[in-house]
Design a protein around this ligand. Sequence first.
Ligand SMILES: [Zn+2]
Length: 83
Amino acid sequence: MVKCSSGKRVYLTENLAEDALIDAHARNNYAGTGPVAFYQCEDCGYYHFTSKGKMNEKLAQQLANGKIKLQQEANRWTNKLKK
Ligand SMILES: [Zn+2]
């Protein structure tokens, strides 16, 4: 596991960061808070989430077209079934 002096979670590729970002939104109802994008770190050279700046395009798209919401519902059901 790669560690960064920033203490933030490290994502090895842009693709992994983007998937994880979208997944985080599907699992949590951030309602305006939480990470909106990722950036390449000057320290470790890998990627971290950020809650500042412009929202990631794919995330914005999936929030707009309801895909995140569908995923949230699906996760809710999965959690219910687990109990
Ligand atoms: Zn870093």
